[in-house]
Design a protein around this ligand. Structure first.
Ligand code: ATP
Ligand SMILES: Nc1ccn([C@H]2C[C@H](O)[C@@H](COP(=O)(O)O)O2)c(=O)n1
Length: 237
């Protein structure tokens, strides 16, 4: 598989479904790699983590107790979520309030697992995710923790994007501009994964899911490898 196949004018499987499902732990590169893959394949893009983050923002804003599962579930059903599905436009809003930047703050990263482990809220967000995928005629790169296993287990391409703990903490540290201590990075990457893993498995590839270990790859190499996986699965080369 060469990169020419996915040159700027290439549309893969025109008119047919093409869901590229990408799961993986925190800092493995899901969002950045998925966005670039979506651009290169001219597909829509869905960041499911942003949905859990937006719900967390809303719960904190309204002073809701995150341990109150019934209240979090109710909030998930009422959430007036606005989400960009273009890899070129980053926008997350709730009822007209732009929270694109705010949901990436460490205070949301620290609280989001409490929301993401509330099963009633998960069910509601999974329902919405499937609806969004259908609205895009199932031509979308979708990334998260349970996309290959729960949200779209029949996706045309299913990838588990991994990287060593060391690589993931280093990447997150650089991403946050060197503002975080090692302990803070561990809390946002390793400890969050441990909590999230109690409800979803994103550390081992399920049957039919292809593992892409990016520990020793740079960003461009990881994107190229992801595209070559799509090529192999779709065209068998
Ligand atoms: N292969 C790579 N080599 C080096 N840096 C990378 C690589 N892949 C991604 N990055 C960088 O690592 C940082 C984290 O990536 P990204 O935010 O995409 O991870 P993520 O898996 O979506 O994390 P989270 O689930 O916590 O949101 C970004 O700054 C990104 O540019
Ligand atoms: N499909 C998903 C997506 C995300 N989560 C949880 C796990 C994370 O702690 C949180 C935020 O995700 P991120 O933006 O860091 O990718 O949401 C999940 O449980 N399932």
């Amino acid at each position: 598989m060469t990169r020419d196949l996915f040159g700027p004018e290439t549309v893969v499987r025109p008119g047919k479904p093409l869901v590229v499902a990408i799961d993986g732990p925190s800092g493995s590169g899901k969002s950045s790699v998925s966005k670039e893959v979506a651009r290169r394949l001219k597909l829509a893009y869905l960041d499911t983590g942003a949905m859990y983050r937006a719900l967390t923002w809303h719960c904190l804003k309204t002073g809701l107790d995150l341990q109150d599962g019934a209240a979090v579930e109710q909030a998930s059903k009422e959430l007036a979520l606005e989400l960009s599905t273009s890899a070129n436009v980053e926008y997350v809003g709730v009822a007209g309030v732009d929270i694109t930047e705010e949901i990436r703050e460490p205070r949301i990263s620290s609280a989001v697992s409490a929301v993401a482990t509330t099963l009633g809220a998960r069910n509601e967000l999974i329902r919405r995710q499937r609806q969004i995928i259908d609205q895009h005629h199932r031509r979308m790169v979708v990334e998260g923790r349970d996309i290959t296993t729960v949200v779209v287990p029949n996706a045309e391409v299913r990838v588990l994007l991994t990287a060593s703990e060391e690589a993931r903490m280093r990447r997150r540290g650089l991403q946050l501009g060197g503002t975080q201590t090692k302990e803070q990075l561990a809390a946002q990457v390793i400890h969050r994964d441990a909590k999230d893993s109690t409800v979803v498995n994103f550390t081992q590839a399920a049957d039919g899911v292809i593992t892409l270990d990016s520990s020793d790859l740079d960003f461009d190499e990881t994107v190229e490898t992801a595209l070559s996986i799509v090529g192999k699965v779709i065209y068998g080369d």
